[in-house]
Each structure stands twice: as structure tokens, then as C-alpha cells.
Design a protein around this ligand. Structure first.
Ligand code: AMP
Ligand code: MN
Ligand code: MN
Ligand code: MN
Length: 338
């Protein structure tokens, strides 16, 4: 399929400033998406994404497949993850970009974060059963591509299948959210640990979809960002499917106020459920620094580096610039990544 131009930059033609169609937040069926990692990669490439990150919830298991497909299809690649955090009675998500998936502290931290999901799912099913909906644990599990990662999204799909709600958005309105049947409080990772795991693994920590934390007052939100920065967090999602124009403006201001890098990601989960498809997002405001600029050394570009044995013995002669499209040259050049 021909690649669409990066014309999804709907926020005005500032492609000379932020020329790459980066989508740095998406899910596969390794967490609560419906497509396999390779299928998400193919969809991103077909929609003109030039730099992509898979960011499954609390899981790194899809990254090898995603990376291989991304590079084969010509996309730049960043390893990613979305860590579930409990902060002031709210579930806050911290995206890690450019992490080393082999990092042992990151891996064990994520394993600990995943550990309580099965018990939580059983408690959710018990709560739904009291509301007259039986068999929800087995029903949700049938939707989970990864039995270690049963999520509210899988319960949502089961309740839609049962005809209890028309779509997953309605499920979350009537069930699965605080005060509603099926909601069970859960203790996720601590903010400081999530940021430490990500930065310790060489990545950049980013506050995901900040407008979604309805339980945070403006003061609590300010405290969240302040603590996040104090722990070493560096980025915030400004452009994401959860944000309309007002939220994009609000969090662009937060990025300016706190000196944060700005990220852009669809949070794509499924062709049938996600309102915003991969890569189909407005551009970042041009005065903000895109998070991918700070990740130049962590991006893997599709062209394999020229093996040392095939490099010219002598330094490149000015008349023969060595490998002008060489990935190392590209990632070393800030101009190519603005
Ligand atoms: P969990 O990690 O099990 O608490 O599930 C959280 C996931 O539920 C998020 O990553 C979203 O994919 C999904 N979700 C949360 N709120 C909503 C909502 N209002 N509508 C649809 N999906 C939602
Ligand atoms: Mn999700
Ligand atoms: Mn999230
Ligand atoms: Mn997400």
C-alpha cells in the first residue's frame, strides 16, 4: 500500500519544523490492543508514520516483533512501554520511550506491576456478578492476548459482546470506573519507581494523556508534574487522542512552564475502538521541543549501519560524502530530527 504523506499534520503546515510523523504511543494484543505487534507496525507504516513506538501497558513482550516489522517497513523505531502508576487516588500512566528492553530493573519493576492483575480481575468479576453479570472473568480472559495482562479494556469488550453496552466507552461510563459496578481499586507502581525504571533503562519518561486524570485537582496536577520532574521525568504528551484543542493548548503551556519535552501519540488500541488512528494527529506546537529530539541516540533507523569491514579505509573525502543517508549521520544530525 502506498504510504500516505505526513499530511495528517492537521495543525497547520509546520512540517519544516517538525517534519516527521511521529506516533509514540500505541498498543498491541500483548496488552489491551487487538492487533498483533507486527499488525500495529504495518498499520502505522501504511498510515505514514515515520517514527513509531509500541507502548504496551507494563509489558515489553511485543517489542522484538514490533521492531523487526517497523524496520522492515521503513519506520524509525523506539522501544516503549506505558507504566501504570498510582498517584493521589488516581491511576496515572507514564510512558517510557527509548528504553533498553533487556534492562533488569525495568523488567522486574514491570513484572511486579503486572503481578496483581489476575486477582484484581477476579475481584472485578465478583463485583460485576453482584450486579447480575456472570462469567466476566472467563469472558475478559478470552479477549486477553496475554493472560498476565487482563485489563479493564478486556472486560469492556466482553460486556459489549454480551450486549450489555453498545461500545467500550459506554462500558466505562456505566461500569469499571470509580463508584460503578466492576471497579476495583488497585495499587500500581509508585511514580518515583516508574520514572527510575525508565530513566535507568536509558529512556525518557513522559506523562501520558494528562487531561485524563479527572480525579486530580489543578493543585494535585501541579504537584504531579513537579514531583515527576524532581524524579527525573522529562516529557509530557501534548498531542494525543484524549486531547482536543483546549487540552493541547493547556498541556503545551505546561510543557513551557516546566521545561518539558513534548510528545505526540495516538494511544491506538484497535481499528474498531480507537477514534484516532495511528499517525492521524495534529502537529506539535512549533515552539516546543519534540521528545524525539532528546532521543536521537536511542532511535533505530531502518537502514542498517554499514558494517565496519565495508567502510572506506580513509576518512571520507569531501568530494565523496560518506553515506549521506547513513542512519548514524541522520541520528547525529539534530536538523534531521526537529
Ligand atoms: P487497566 O490498566 O486495566 O486499569 O485498564 C486501563 C485501560 O482501560 C486504559 O489503558 C484504556 O485502554 C482503557 N480505558 C480507560 N478508560 C477508558 C474509557 N473511558 N473508555 C475506553 N477505554 C478506557
Ligand atoms: Mn489501554
Ligand atoms: Mn494510558
Ligand atoms: Mn495507552
Amino acid at each position: 500500500m502506498p504510504r500516505t504523506p505526513a499530511g495528517e499534520h492537521a495543525g497547520g503546515d509546520n512540517r519544516r519544523v517538525h517534519p516527521i510523523n511521529a506516533d509514540l504511543h500505541s498498543h498491541s494484543n500483548v496488552s489491551d490492543g487487538t492487533l498483533a505487534p507486527a499488525e500495529v507496525a504495518a498499520r502505522a507504516a501504511a498510515r505514514g508514520v515515520g517514527l513509531w513506538a509500541l507502548t504496551d501497558h507494563d509489558e515489553l513482550g511485543g517489542l522484538d516483533e514490533a521492531r523487526e516489522t517497523a524496520l522492515a517497513l521503513g519506520m524509525g523505531w523506539l522501544a516503549g512501554v506505558e507504566v501504570s502508576v498510582s498517584y493521589a487516588d488516581e491511576s496515572v500512566h507514564i510512558v517510557g520511550l527509548g528504553v533498553d528492553p533487556a534492562d533488569t530493573a525495568l523488567r522486574s519493576g514491570l513484572a511486579a506491576t503486572r503481578a496483581g492483575r489476575r486477582e484484581r480481575a477476579l475481584a472485578m468479576a465478583a463485583s460485576l456478578a453482584r450486579a447480575g453479570i456472570v462469567g466476566a472473568f472467563e469472558g475478559a480472559l478470552a479477549y486477553a492476548g496475554n493472560p498476565d495482562l487482563v485489563s479493564r479494556t478486556h472486560f469492556g469488550r466482553f460486556l459489549v459482546e454480551r450486549g450489555i453496552c453498545a461500545d467500550t466507552a459506554a462500558v466505562f461510563r456505566r461500569y469499571l470506573t470509580p463508584g460503578k459496578p466492576g471497579y476495583v481499586e488497585h495499587r500500581w507502581a509508585r511514580l518515583r519507581d516508574a520514572v527510575r525504571w525508565i530513566t535507568g533503562a536509558g529512556g525518557v519518561a513522559v506523562i501520558a494523556h494528562p487531561a485524563r486524570y479527572a480525579r486530580l485537582t489543578p493543585a494535585a496536577e501541579h504537584a504531579l508534574i513537579t514531583e515527576f520532574v524532581a524524579h527525573g521525568g522529562r516529557g509530557i504528551e501534548v498531542v494525543t487522542s484524549a486531547h482536543g484543542a483546549a487540552e493541547r493548548a493547556r498541556y503545551a503551556d505546561k510543557a513551557r512552564e516546566f521545561g518539558l519535552l513534548a510528545s505526540r501519540g495516538s494511544d491506538f488500541h484497535s481499528p474498531g475502538e480507537s477514534r484516532v488512528d495511528l499517525g492521524a494527529l495534529p502537529a506539535l506546537p512549533t515552539d516546543l521541543t519534540p521528545v524525539w529530539q532528546a532521543l536521537a541516540q536511542r532511535i533505530v533507523w531502518p537502514d542498517a549501519p554499514v558494517p565496519a569491514t565495508r567502510r572506506p579505509v580513509h576518512p571520507a573525502h569531501p568530494a565523496h560524502p560518506a553515506h549521506p543517508a547513513h542512519p548514524a549521520a541522520r541520528s547525529a544530525s539534530p536538523a534531521a530530527l526537529t
